[in-house]
Design a protein around this ligand. Structure first.
Ligand SMILES: C[S@@+](CC[C@H](N)C(=O)[O-])C[C@H]1O[C@@H](n2cnc3c(N)ncnc32)[C@H](O)[C@@H]1O
Length: 305
């Protein structure tokens, strides 16, 4: 099977945040009689391969780049102890889905549900169908964590809304900052209908046009002026806008994100944590754990820069 090569130097940080949260989540809910589930909407293959650069200066044995394979989000969730009551893995790509099947077969003691298809459609269906608040036998309902880890602008806002409406899922969303600013060029003449539609779909709003683009007048010639729009909004302001959008639907809490970067230092994505549950106890528990994890991630980032 082909290796699933993705991510950059910060991908380990993203997966570490997820791993630490899943571990703390299942420990915290162990005796609370909720069925605990994990949903991986963009599950990948179960492992992640990174190509590490060559170091020819160290001698011929370091002259070639090497491939290093480590657990991806699906494997991390499956191996979490105490175990989730159910793990739902969604993946559209047929080859990666086949690898997930193989991975799941190695854990017969885990309840793993595999879905080959589109994440938006599957997640919305699950959010509507699961009985989040019904008690059944010893169970008081369902609580869970969902991970949205797309390559780019694949998550539609309706999916985010459906997750928030469960009032039962904590959400880690690897939000594609670089996709946003690529689709919203500084020069608005490069903003075509396709890009606008993709921004509307990811953000679930149209007011980014007025918020991000300022109208300015400049001389056209000696006698006339022309009006044009320019994006002056920087990445910080775009990230703040995304947080604002998430806060309109996640009524529990939305934490300040941790910013992840490309190898060349350019912003890649913002890892957001949002709580859909509105119970004060649930919000405090989730945000205490996640804030600690996010702050740890930030300080390790500043140490390594
Ligand atoms: C960044 S990778 C996920 C990596 C994974 N979370 C991990 O840690 O191993 C994104 C994955 O989403 C899948 N994907 C892309 N669009 C999708 C969609 N609309 N529905 C489901 N899966 C999709 C890709 O095939 C790819 O495997």
């Amino acid at each position: 099977m082909a290796a699933h090569i993705f991510g950059g130097p910060d991908t380990t940080k993203k997966l570490r945040c997820l791993q630490d949260y899943l571990q703390a989540f299942t420990i915290a809910l162990r005796n609370q009689r909720f069925a605990c589930i994990y949903i991986d909407a963009f599950a990948g293959s179960g492992s992640r391969t990174e190509v590490q650069p060559a170091f020819p200066l160290l001698g011929p044995e370091f002259a070639e780049p090497i491939e290093v394979t480590t657990p991806g989000s699906a494997r991390i969730a499956i191996e979490t102890e105490p175990a989730f009551d159910a793990i739902i893995l969604i993946e559209r790509d047929a080859n990666r889905f086949a690898e997930l099947k193989q991975l799941a077969a190695g854990y017969p003691d885990r309840r793993i549900i595999l879905r080959n298809g589109d994440a938006n459609e599957r997640v919305r269906r699950l959010c509507k169908r699961l009985k989040w608040r019904s008690s059944h036998g010893e169970w008081r309902g369902v609580r869970g964590v969902i991970f949205l880890d797309p390559y780019g602008m694949e998550v539609s806002w309706q999916t985010v809304e459906a997750i928030a409406q469960t009032r039962a899922l904590d959400c880690w969303y690897f939000f594609p900052l670089s996709g946003l600013y690529r689709n919203a060029p500084h020069d608005p003449t490069k903003l075509d209908a396709g890009k606008e539609a993709s921004l509307d779909r990811v953000l679930g709003a149209t007011d980014w046009r007025e918020r991000w683009y300022q109208h300015e007048t400049s001389p056209a010639d000696m006698f006339e002026t022309k009006e044009l729009a320019v994006r002056r909004t920087d990445v910080d302001a775009i990230e703040a806008y995304v947080k604002e959008r998430l806060e309109t639907v996640f009524k529990g809490a939305v934490l300040d994100p941790i910013r992840l970067h490309h190898r060349n230092g350019a912003p890649l994505a913002s890892l957001f944590f949002a709580v859909s549950n509105t119970s004060a106890t649930a919000v405090r528990l989730a945000t205490d754990i996640a804030s600690y994890i996010v702050n740890e991630g930030r300080s390790s980032q500043s140490r390594s820069r």
